[in-house]
Design a protein around this ligand. Sequence first.
Ligand SMILES: [Ca+2]
Length: 288
Amino acid sequence: MEKPHVDFGLKLLGGDVMAIPGLYRCVQETIKGQIAALYHWPKTLDIPILDSSCGATKKPVGILHVKVIRALNLRKMDFLGKSDPYVKLSLSGERLHSRKTTIKMSNLNPEWNEQFKLIVKDPETQILQLHVYDWEKVKAHDKLGMQVVPLSSLVPHERKELTLDLLKSLNPNDSQNRRSRGKIVLELTFDPFKEDNDGISGPLYGSAKESFGQSVHRNLELNGGVLLVTIQSAEDVEGKRHNNPYGVIIFRGEQRKTKIIRKSRDPRWAEEFQFVLEEAPVSEKIPY
Ligand SMILES: [Ca+2]
């Protein structure tokens, strides 16, 4: 059976998503792949295009500075009171936990002025994803709206302030997008690293029993960089029964934990942790 020829365009956020460099080809390949697996042309087809399938490269190439400034005219979700908004941020193609602002209780025009540094691995295809939620004490947090910013729309080292309409979803046919959900105000700067000398990248091993795979990327000219640590696994963890091991990593007072592996003496986590360094750790040793 011959594959149908498909030509398409996607409208999104008042702009043409196909104008995002690299995305057209990526989407085309994704759709081609999906269609090849089908015998019948379907009426609708959901294809995730804003996830890791577009293959962000592994190596950090820069830092995205995000300042979440404020939101305006958010929707009232709480029966008593207004809404208790907070913002979750993440970059597409990353499996890391989302970063969050603080919660502003009972406020439909919250001011955060909170800064985040996100590690960028592929500025051509990665997209900043923002989700605003209404915090709830007991039940699930309500969605107040979302937006995305393709990093390819940013000029390196240039600060950009954006005021974006919050949407229900990225689906341009979603009738709920016609209802106003308020706006979010952001300041974004993408700082690419100048050049990566591979001289200081590579695995390091500690004297600890656990085997840690680590790599350090930094840029001495910029006096800063990124430390990536992957906690892979541990073996023969002590304790006879009911072992629920997790790993803890502390870097300059910043503590992160792996998930807990239930009842195992040989846990395997394979979790990556990212630390942003303001200054090059010229004379520092990594503590275990
Ligand atoms: Ca609430």
